[in-house]
Ligand binder design. Structure first.
Ligand SMILES: Cc1cc2nc3c(=O)[nH]c(=O)nc-3n(C[C@H](O)[C@H](O)[C@H](O)COP(=O)(O)OP(=O)(O)OC[C@H]3O[C@@H](n4cnc5c(N)ncnc54)[C@H](O)[C@@H]3O)c2cc1C
Length: 334
């Protein structure tokens, strides 16, 4: 009933300009038990678009994730799809589910976080719907006008999307996370049934890196190291500092490429995008591709022995010093 109404309104431009009725589908990213923080940020973006919000939770035993979402204030409906087909959350199996859900409900917007999960999934969905996906939005001006960065974050572009269905990935650091357990009482319903097992791929296994440290993209403080560290062994200086600050550890691509640290620590255009309260860049020059991943941090501290290093142009506090002397001193004093 609601879907028909929304469709009718969208088909009548005069009417829809008087009475805009949006309905958004958010694809939840989760591990069956709990939600990824980027999904909470995506929900805030959905709220900003306006209208009804439906969340799709697909997994194997994803009841806990669905139940957490149903208690978030502002969500109207949680659709759950449980099947072995969704092991590994592969885009090949999730895409037909999303298309089937879209067919049934006719959403005006389909959103996911701009994480590896959302980036693999939504372009596929958009292609199947024959619409243009809009990646990594950082703001919403109106239900059809969105802001995103281009040229590695060097320019900001505002675009109006003319497609009937807007398919968007959302930058997690640009929207506050929607609170769960905030007095909501959304209905939990079954997503459209179907055989979603993919003929294209079969999930075999995944190995997730385990760490007691805060997760890089959601940590309140991040200490990152660059080529200036000179070896993986020397990163222990940063781990000691991070321990004092309860911080996550990140790295530049040069440090990752040199094998000092694993690539899931990379911050930047081709790594993770972070915006913590405090970002400490140690032995990092500040190339634009690195800045693209961290320049929205609230307070940036840079330690570099070269006073001309570009990182000092974005730093709130800069220390021109040899990191091998400055970092242990700083750790000692904390
Ligand atoms: C398409 C593309 C995508 C990219 N994506 C990314 C990305 O996602 N993330 C990223 O980081 N880079 C990315 N890069 C690479 C980027 O251009 C830079 O090469 C990289 O960020 C440099 O890393 P760095 O600052 O650690 O190394 P360098 O530029 O070599 O800087 C090392 C710094 O350490 C300082 N230093 C050295 N010794 C000391 C010391 N003892 N004490 C204090 N300071 C010291 C030096 O003064 C220097 O400023 C990308 C590049 C391309 C082309």
């Amino acid at each position: 009933m609601f879907a028909t109404c929304a469709k009718t309104l969208r088909n009548h431009s005069k009417l829809s300009s008087l009475c805009r009725y949006e309905s958004t589908l958010v694809i939840a990213e989760h591990n069956n038990e709990s939600l990824a923080a980027i999904t909470q940020a995506t929900l805030t973006a959905a709220k900003k678009i306006g209208g009804d919000i439906t969340v799709l939770v697909a997994g194997t035993k994803c009841g806990p994730a669905a139940s957490a979402l149903s208690k978030a204030n502002g969500i109207n409906r949680v659709l759950v799809a449980e099947s072995d087909a969704f092991k590994g959350f592969t885009p090949e199996s999730l895409t037909p589910l999303i298309l089937q859900t879209q067919k049934q409900f006719n959403f005006s917007h389909i959103l996911a976080g701009a994480s590896a999960f959302g980036k693999a999934l939504l372009p596929r969905v958009a292609a199947k719907l024959d619409v243009s996906p809009v990646s990594d939005i950082i703001n919403i001006k109106s239900p059809d006008t969105f802001v995103r960065t281009i040229y590695a974050g060097n320019a900001v572009q505002t675009i109006k999307v003319k497609d009937n269905i807007k398919v968007l990935t959302v930058r997690g650091t640009s929207f506050e996370p929607m609170a769960l357990e905030s007095g909501g009482n959304a209905a939990i319903e079954q997503a459209p049934a179907g055989d979603y097992k993919s003929d294209l791929i079969e999930f075999v296994k995944q190995e997730l890196s385990k760490s007691d440290r805060p997760e890089l993209t959601s940590a309140k403080a991040v200490v990152s190291g660059g080529r200036g560290l000179k070896s993986g062994e020397n990163f222990k200086l940063l781990y000691a500092l991070a321990d004092k600050l309860n911080a996550a550890v990140g790295a530049s691509r040069a440090a990752v490429d040199a094998g000092y640290v694993p690539n899931d620590l990379q911050v930047g255009q081709t790594g993770k995008i972070v915006a913590p309260e405090l970002y400490i860049a140690v032995g990092i020059s500040g190339a634009i591709q690195h800045l693209a991943g961290m320049k929205d941090s609230k307070t940036i501290v840079a330690i570099n022995k070269d006073p001309e290093a570009p990182i000092f142009q974005v730093a709130d506090h800069g220390l021109v010093a040899d990191l091998f002397k400055a970092v242990p001193e700083l750790t000692e004093k904390l």
